[in-house]
Design a protein around this ligand. Structure first.
Ligand code: CO
Ligand code: CO
Length: 319
C-alpha cells in the first residue's frame, strides 16, 4: 500500500493510508463515520467451517480495532470449482455466516471466482462516532498497553501443516483465531483509549511499532508479560517458524532494542505473524486496571504487556 500515491486531501477522510491503520475511516456527518476494510487469505486450517469462521473473525477485527461496529459484509471467494467438492465451499460460507451473525452485521453480497487455490475473506463496512475513532496515532507517554488474545498463532498454524499438534492444541489455536474481537471492542467503549490496533501479519512487535511510529512515541514491551499459546516455545525451539515471522524479525530489527536477556527464540515469538489476533490497546495508566477488569467481566482474557514512553520515539525497547 505504501507504493500508492497519496490520496487527494479530503477533510472527511479521518483515517487514510498514512498511519498503516486497520481500516479507512470516512466522516459522513457529525454523528457517523464509515469504517471500511477488506481482508482474505488461503486456508490455514483443514476444517472448512473453521476456516470460514476464522476468515470472518479476522476481517471483522479491523473494524473493531478502529472502535467501530460492523454493519454490512460481503464475501470474497476464490475456489477451484472443477476440482474441489462444492460442499467444502458451502461449509466455509456457513462458518463465516455464523460469525457474521454473532457480530450483528448483515451479509449483503459478495463475489466469487474460479481459482487454483481456495481463498476466502470479507469486505466489512462499519460505523463509528467521528470523535471516538481508535486509530494507531494518539498513544501518549505513560499509557499502558493491553493485549487481548495470546500470540504464537503463526508458529502453531505452521505446526498444523506438519501434523505436530494434538487435538487439544489444535482446538485451542483454532478457537483463539475464530474468537471475535467484538467483546474486546465493546469493553473499550467507556475508556480513554488513545490508540488501538489488532495484531495480525506483522506480529505483536510489528503492530506495536505502527503505534509507536503513528503516535511518535517510544514503547517498552515486557516480554515475560506477553501471553503465549501453549507449545509455541517448544515448537519455536524445534525451528517450526513460518517464513513471514522470520521476515518480520529481520525488518523490525532496526527499530527494536532487545535486552540481552531476550533470547532469539523470544524475539521470534514476539515477531510471530498472527492470523486473527487480539486487540492492542493504549490506555492511560490510571484506567488500565479497570479496563482489564471490564475485559475479564466480558470473558476476554488480557494482559498489560508494556508502556508508552517519551524516549526513543518510533522505537521499541523489549525487556
Ligand atoms: Co488490523
Ligand atoms: Co487488515
Amino acid at each position: 500500500m505504501r507504493h500508492l500515491p497519496k490520496s487527494v486531501a479530503d477533510p472527511n477522510l479521518l483515517v487514510g493510508l498514512e498511519t498503516s491503520d486497520d481500516a479507512g475511516v470516512y466522516k459522513i456527518n457529525e454523528e457517523t463515520a464509515l469504517v471500511q476494510t477488506l481482508d482474505y487469505f488461503t486456508p490455514i486450517v483443514d476444517d472448512p467451517y473453521m476456516f470460514g469462521q476464522i476468515g470472518a473473525a479476522n476481517a471483522l477485527s479491523d473494524v473493531y480495532a478502529m472502535g467501530g461496529k460492523p454493519i454490512t459484509v460481503m464475501n470474497i471467494v476464490g475456489f477451484p470449482i472443477n476440482t474441489l467438492d462444492k460442499s467444502i465451499l458451502a461449509d466455509i460460507l456457513a462458518g463465516a455466516a455464523d460469525k457474521v451473525r454473532e457480530s450483528g452485521a448483515v451479509l449483503v453480497g459478495g463475489h466469487s471466482i474460479d481459482d487454483q487455490e481456495p481463498k476466502f475473506g470479507l469486505s466489512v463496512t462499519g460505523t463509528v462516532h467521528p470523535e471516538r475513532v481508535r486509530a494507531n496515532a494518539g498513544a501518549q507517554p505513560g499509557d499502558r498497553l493491553i493485549l487481548t488474545k495470546p500470540i504464537g498463532v503463526g508458529i502453531l498454524t505452521t505446526a498444523i501443516k506438519k501434523d505436530l499438534l494434538n487435538n487439544d492444541e489444535l482446538n485451542e489455536v483454532m478457537n483463539v483465531m475464530a474468537e471475535l474481537n467484538k467483546k474486546a471492542a465493546e469493553s473499550m467503549e467507556g475508556y480513554t483509549v488513545h490508540a488501538c490496533t489488532d495484531v495480525t501479519g506483522f506480529g505483536l512487535l510489528g503492530h506495536t511499532l505502527e503505534i509507536a511510529k503513528g503516535s511518535r512515541v517510544g514503547v517498552t514491551v515486557s516480554s515475560k508479560d506477553v501471553p503465549v499459546l501453549s507449545k509455541t516455545r517448544e515448537l519455536a525451539e524445534q525451528n517450526i517458524i513460518p517464513g513471514g515471522t522470520r521476515k518480520n524479525h529481520q525488518w523490525l530489527a532496526e527499530s527494536i532494542d532487545y535486552e540481552p536477556s531476550v533470547s532469539e527464540i523470544d524475539q521470534l515469538i514476539l515477531c510471530d505473524a498472527v492470523t486473527s489476533g487480539g486487540l492492542l490497546i493504549s490506555v492511560p495508566e490510571g484506567e488500565a486496571e479497570s479496563l482489564q477488569q471490564e475485559l475479564k467481566d466480558n470473558h476476554v482474557q488480557s494482559a498489560i504487556i508494556g508502556e508508552v514512553t517519551s524516549e526513543k520515539k518510533g522505537r521499541i525497547h523489549v525487556i
